[in-house]
Design a protein around this ligand. Sequence first.
Ligand SMILES: Cc1cc2nc3c(=O)[nH]c(=O)nc-3n(C[C@H](O)[C@H](O)[C@H](O)COP(=O)(O)OP(=O)(O)OC[C@H]3O[C@@H](n4cnc5c(N)ncnc54)[C@H](O)[C@@H]3O)c2cc1C
Length: 302
Amino acid sequence: MRINDPNLLKRLSELSVELRPAAKLSELTSLGIGGTTDLLRITKHDSLPDLLAFLDENHIPHKFLGGGSNLLVDDGELPWVVLQLASPEPDVVLKGNFAHVDAAADLGRTVTFCAKHDLGGMEGLIGVPGTVGGALRMNAGAYGMQIGSYVREVKLYRSATRQIETLRGHQISFEYRHTSFASDDMMLAVILELPSKPYTEILKGIRICNEKRRSSQPLGQKSAGCIFKNPPGASAGRMIDELGLKGLSVGDAQVSDRHANFFVNTCRASAKDMLALIASVRERVQKAYGVALENEVVVWNA
Ligand SMILES: Cc1cc2nc3c(=O)[nH]c(=O)nc-3n(C[C@H](O)[C@H](O)[C@H](O)COP(=O)(O)OP(=O)(O)OC[C@H]3O[C@@H](n4cnc5c(N)ncnc54)[C@H](O)[C@@H]3O)c2cc1C
């Protein structure tokens, strides 16, 4: 979708929005898949309520992009614009055991920055790409921990009230790759409370997690991490592996031969290829195990 009308462009600039016309989502997502649309970079949180009202009034649908590491975006010209927060400087401020973090901050850099100041707990998240906002939305986690456990406060734009509000940790429920935020709430900033730990000890944990990822995940290839959520008490990857589906492909979309729940784009996979591969694997698992696998990857259909 393109915004060409000079009046609309003028208003966007008044709202401190930087417009990147015809952005290629394939260049902004870790899967390397996705068509083209206008990207609106938000440089001031306070302008969000007016910006969203403006988009509504002008019938311009939107989606919200973090780091693009958990997304499968449709091909071709996309029928909505994409909003993304620009990261302020600094994007992490520490006050005692509390880390005040902007939602646009890179998750890995945030974990390392806190670690260097003897604040631990998030070692498992090292190697999870994307932003802190995306991690909050997905309740990102690994190796027995999840970001939600450390959340004390979230500043967000709430679609229900159309205002920027602050929620306390106990007002939000964080479950396995699921949160109680409404689908069009936008995370703007978070306060994390992290346990004190010596840097050397945190570093040991980080190295262990890094090694586990290196030995089991196709890190050099384009992926979106795990495609399916693990069903209660079971492992999606193990079921796919047991069915001998590693290496199965549709066009350039392939079930990784390192980790059966990672689907990779080996060259120029389209969203159509990837969706067909997902459907095929889901159907085979359903037939063999009677389990309906649920997507962990977020699909943006045109
Ligand atoms: C190699 C690899 C390994 C991975 N390992 C893990 C893992 O171990 N554990 C894990 O949990 N995930 C993992 N992931 C998936 C992914 O990195 C996480 O889900 C990550 O937290 C997504 O953040 P993002 O900023 O990239 O979000 P995006 O992919 O940009 O968006 C994901 C969803 O969050 C929404 N969103 C993004 N930012 C905001 C915001 N500020 N406000 C509101 N909504 C927002 C988007 O609209 C979308 O619905 C992995 C991915 C890769 C490629």
